[in-house]
Design a protein around this ligand. Structure first.
Ligand code: UD1
Ligand code: CA
Length: 422
């Protein structure tokens, strides 16, 4: 089946009180919009992102990271229905399905989207909207049903009567449409409502009026459609995402000593029998092997690959690094833009000096297998240490070191006997 995604990301996000467009606010260093795009990547063959507010920044993010996504400009932004109408020219002759999502709803999963599309197909639906039950439905559109329980319409909070406001079934903002049957709705929407906007939600009553098969898919886990409109929402979503990830890791054999102080991004893979100690923060995309020990108080910043049986101890920060098996960096170190072989030992306080603040460039540090680095060493990149070489404690290494060599930069130790007494 030919399925396209339309992701709404043109809105202002006023309640974030930010210069950054809402959909580029981040959870674990990944923008909200990135989560939505990643979740549709495998189930659709093309995604259209509707951009408007801060369009250049959002477009740059999409173009840089998502090949099969296109951005479409909506200017001015006249509402969610108006936003979707922007893709009508691109999809004029399209015969397949379109799923519509919001760029500010990052907790939705690929599995739920698949179930949603399966449901749409199994009902031979023309239009399906995702709904869920919220104990506190404030701010969401309410799903209004007929007495026979079939769908009637969606009413926005600002347009709702007190009776409608009491309804706890809300619109998740995710839709599946048989495009050729629904596309003409977009030229017929009106902005005759409290916000003076063209509401996407009005396609439900439009579909009913036009005798189409309109259904709601009620999602059990309402966390997944949690929308982000404020900084508090952002913190809550981060926590939900983290709890979900930690539970999944523990189910797959990873020990998390203290889930309440451990943060691990969705895009981090961790092998069985690895132990994550308290106060560890892991962001971005990473792959950690089996039987490793990470933390307490470790910080992995993304693009980190750690093989089996490694130890990344307390106050160690790792970024963009590939670390082979049985290698340890136990204490107080920075490892960035680095490649570490197997059986390497990094002494406490070792720093890869990867950044040149004058040229603003970053360079790589390479340590071959069995290298031993003494404590308090600075490895000034670009630099390569050959297999088995040893570096004496307190060294500043500015040149490549050959295999099995000993390298040290050290002022001679002076001892003046009984100096204190004299
Ligand atoms: C919308 C729904 C509401 C639903 C809720 C779910 C409408 C009218 N209301 O409300 O029923 O319960 O989502 O989270 O659809 N956007 C544009 N262009 C615009 C306006 C908005 O692209 O002109 C985008 C925003 O960037 C955002 C999304 O559409 O990603 C939703 O807009 P928002 O203003 O957050 O709508 P809600 O009030 O949350
Ligand atoms: Ca919203």
């Amino acid at each position: 089946m030919d399925i396209k995604a339309v992701i709404l990301a043109a809105g202002k996000g006023t309640r974030m009180k930010s210069d950054t467009p809402k959909v580029l606010h981040k959870i674990f260093e990944k923008p909200l919009l990135g989560y939505v795009l990643d979740n549709v990547k495998n189930i659709t063959n093309e995604a259209f992102v509707i951009v408007g507010h801060h369009a250049e920044e959002v477009t740059e993010f999409v173009n840089k990271n998502y090949e099969s996504a296109k951005t479409v400009l909506q200017s001015p932004q006249l509402g969610t229905g108006h936003a979707v109408s922007m893709v009508c020219p691109s999809l004029e002759n399209f015969e397949g399905q379109v799923i519509i999502l919001c760029g500010d709803t990052p907790l939705i999963t690929e599995k739920t989207l698949k179930d949603f599309i399966d449901y749409h197909n199994s009902c031979s639906s023309d239009l399906t909207v995702m709904s869920t039950i919220f104990e506190n439905p404030t701010n969401y559109g309410r799903i209004i049903r007929e007495t026979d329980n079939s769908l009637k319409c969606i009413v926005e909070e600002k347009d709702a009567t007190p009776e409608q406001k009491a309804v706890k079934e809300v619109n998740a903002g995710i839709y599946c449409l048989n495009w050729s049957k629904i596309k003409c709705a977009f030229s017929q929407l009106t902005s005759n409502n409290a916000q003076g906007e063209y509401y996407l939600t009005d396609i439900i009553s439009w579909g009913k009026k036009n005798n189409l098969n309109v259904n709601a898919y009620i999602l059990g886990n309402s966390d997944e459609i949690y929308g982000i409109n404020s900084r508090q929402n952002l913190a809550t979503a981060t926590k939900i995402m983290n709890d979900r990830k930690l539970a999944d890791l523990m189910d797959n054999g990873v020990t998390i000593v203290d889930p309440s102080s451990t943060w691990i991004s969705e895009d981090t893979e961790i092998g069985a029998d690895t132990i994550i100690y308290p106060a560890t923060y892991i962001e971005g995309k990473n792959k950690i092997g089996q039987k490793c020990k990470i933390g307490p108080c470790a910080h992995l910043r993304g693009n980190v690959e750690i093989a089996d049986n490694c130890k990344i101890g307390n106050f160690v920060e790792v970024k963009k690094a590939k670390i082979d098996r049985n290698t340890n960096a136990g204490h107080l170190s920075y490892i960035g833009d680095a490649q570490l072989g197997a059986h390497v030992n990094i002494g406490a306080g070792t720093i890869t000096a990867n950044y040149d603040p004058i040229s603003k460039t970053k360079s790589k540090t390479i340590l071959k297998d069995n290298v031993k680095v003494g404590s308090n060493t600075v490895l000034v990149a670009p630099v390569e240490i050959g297999e088995g070489a040893n570096i004496g404690a307190g060294s500043v290494i500015t040149k490549n070191i050959g295999e099995w060599a000993l390298a040290l930069t050290r002022a001679p130790l002076r001892i003046i006997e009984k100096w204190v007494k004299h």
